[in-house]
Design a protein around this ligand. Structure first.
Ligand code: FEO
Length: 131
């Protein structure tokens, strides 16, 4: 069983966004698996891909929200900025000290932030995408 499994509950009702969220989960699983296998270069590659893809995902999601005239766009965008800053900081800290403990902490943090963000923030725009 992978570290982080997609659940239908995470769907925001937009196939493109769901595919991007699944891709983020995929990079987190790659990071977790590389660590478990003692492959730091693979772990770093997965993290770099995760950060780059997060930038792309946030940007495309923001375009989508703007197109739909989503009223909470500014707040959502702010949350993206805060999250990206935090993820970049934690990834940088991990890459300086890739101990087992920091790897587990980072994997759990990444999983929690994505689940909390999808369920608590992204899902609020679902009704605006449907109409
Ligand atoms: Fe899917 Fe708001 O990030």
């Amino acid at each position: 069983m992978p570290f982080f499994e997609w659940k239908d509950l995470y769907s925001v009702g937009h196939a493109g966004v769901d595919a991007q969220h699944r891709q983020l989960i995929g990079y987190m699983n790659e990071f977790h698996a590389a660590n478990a296998a003692g492959q730091p270069s693979g772990a770093n590659r997965a993290l770099n891909s995760l950060v780059a893809f997060t930038v792309k995902h946030f940007s495309e999601e923001e375009v989508l929200m703007q197109k739909q005239g989503y009223p909470e766009f500014a707040n959502h965008k702010k949350q993206h900025e805060n999250l990206l800053n935090l993820v970049q900081k934690l990834v940088g800290r991990y890459q300086e000290d890739p101990s087992d403990k920091s790897a587990v902490d980072l994997a759990n943090f990444l999983k929690n932030w994505l689940v909390n963000h999808i369920l608590g923030v992204d899902k609020k725009y679902t009704p605006f995408l449907a109409h």
